[in-house]
Design a protein around this ligand. Structure first.
Ligand SMILES: C[C@H]1O[C@H](OP(=O)(O)OP(=O)(O)OC[C@H]2O[C@@H](n3cnc4c(=O)[nH]c(N)nc43)[C@H](O)[C@@H]2O)[C@@H](O)[C@@H](O)C1=O
Length: 409
């Protein structure tokens, strides 16, 4: 498809993904408009400045919760395509500020859809849904059994049949207000397609990371702390639930997917976006330490219990099709009843440069957790989507970002 001269409106262009998408569409010679929230000191453009595209995108001040501002943004941009990325996207914040999340993510999406409908704008909309919509997913992994049992009471219809890798047809069992808000947007997009013939496509992207990822998300929390360790600014790693598994992609691969969905995605349909690999938070830490120059000999809990018999192959990208039994977390669970020891305290990673403490902080745990996410992306692959970045490339990009002192927090 030729993007030259096409008008594109990106909501949330000032966030993490928006600047990457804006940059990619500018390279294709599209005319990029971006909705940014107005603040007393003007519009927020730091993430666009970091990419050097702040003068190339046409910024429109507005707010999803104010339908008039959306109508104005549609007038100003006359879009052929809309990428609706704007959202309150941090899961813990959605527990603390549930209504704010519903206002922005639910009402905001409804406002955008209605503004497009009422103004009779002929634009294709790509909506940023989320893998969080799947929520409680049944895996065959032993160590998730406890978490699954605990939450099964919320979803009594759950059967114990493994559901990973997760297809688009998987039941949605959202586990946070954020996840519920994305289910709302996902269904409303499709409803407006069925009801009014609007050209709406839903992306359900699994976690995506890279330089500039918000500092509160776990991969930033980890890589920021690893670089601080490296420079002697802290002496240990502070983290929450290391047993969670996520399907982490590079943001650039997901952005390519968004563009392909705009070009080839079918209206009214849903497409997973992810890497088809899954790794634990603990693996991200260990792999991060390795990338930053530490060689890990063994891992043990603070109580001196051994967690792995030998160093683990920490890039699990090849495990698809085999199961997750070979990951560090699974091994430690298979070796004994270590779950509570681990969750309460922490581990030491013994390295060639001394031992590093990884402390599990109960304040970083969530009221409800999504134990595992692992994408089946066969559907989007038919549009030509491919994952190019390996996990260690993503980690390297993030470590390089935090190499700069001014980026470390
Ligand atoms: C696709 C989806 O992706 C993201 O949602 P998320 O998966 O909640 O991302 P996260 O990086 O905050 O957490 C990942 C996992 O890591 C665990 N974890 C442990 N320790 C810490 C910790 O210290 N901080 C954080 N944030 N998480 C921690 C935490 O409990 C969770 O299991 C958003 O972009 C969302 O908008 C979205 O749509």
């Amino acid at each position: 498809m030729n993007w030259k001269g096409k008008n594109v409106l990106i909501t949330g262009i000032g966030g993490f993904v928006g600047p990457y998408l804006g940059e990619s569409l500018l390279e294709k010679e599209a005319i990029v408009f971006g909705l940014v929230r107005k603040r007393a000191d003007g519009v927020k453009t730091k993430s666009l400045e970091d990419k050097g595209i702040e003068n190339d995108v046409k910024l429109i001040g507005g707010d999803l919760t104010d339908i008039t501002s959306l109508a104005n943004a549609l007038d100003a941009s006359d879009p052929d395509f809309i990428f609706h990325l704007a959202a309150q996207s941090f899961v813990p914040r959605s527990f603390e500020n549930s209504l704010e999340t519903q206002q922005i993510n639910c009402i905001g999406t409804a406002n955008l859809l209605d503004a497009v409908r009422i103004k009779d704008i002929d634009a294709k909309i790509v909506f940023a849904g989320s893998s969080e919509e799947y929520g409680l997913v049944i895996s065959s992994s032993n160590h998730h059994e406890q978490a699954q049992k605990k939450h099964q009471s919320i979803f009594p219809e759950v059967e114990n049949i493994p559901e990973v890798p997760i297809k688009e047809s998987n039941p949605l069992r959202p586990m946070s207000p954020y996840a519920v808000s994305k289910v709302y947007g996902d269904f409303l997009m499709r409803n407006y397609y069925h009801s009014y013939g609007m050209d709406n496509v839903v992306s359900r992207a699994f976690n995506h990371e890279g330089a500039g990822r918000g500092p509160m998300f776990v991969t930033s929390v980890i890589t920021n702390q690893i670089m601080k360790l490296k420079f002697g600014e802290i002496s240990k790693i502070n983290i929450g639930n290391v047993n969670a598994f996520r399907d982490w992609s590079h943001v650039r691969d997901i952005v390519k997917g968004y563009v392909l969905l705009a070009e080839k995605g079918k209206s009214g349909e849903v497409y997973n976006q992810g890497s088809m690999r899954t790794n634990s938070v603990l693996s991200y830490i260990l792999l991060g330490l390795k990338e930053a120059g530490w060689n890990i000999d063994k891992i043990e809990t603070f109580n001196g219990e051994k967690m792995v018999k030998e160093p683990v192959d920490m890039d699990h990208s090849k495990i698809f099709g085999i199961g997750f039994e070979k990951t560090a977390v699974d091994r430690m669970m298979l070796e004994g009843e270590l779950e509570y020891t681990i969750l309460d305290k922490g581990i030491y990673a013994h390295t060639d440069k001394g031992k590093i403490a990884v402390e599990f902080n109960p304040e970083r745990f969530r009221p409800a957790e999504v134990p595992i996410l692992f994408a089946n992306t066969k559907k989007i692959q038919k549009t030509g989507a491919k994952i190019e970045y390996k996990l260690n490339h993503i980690i390297k990009d993030q470590l390089n970002y935090y190499l700069k002192k001014e980026n470390r927090l």
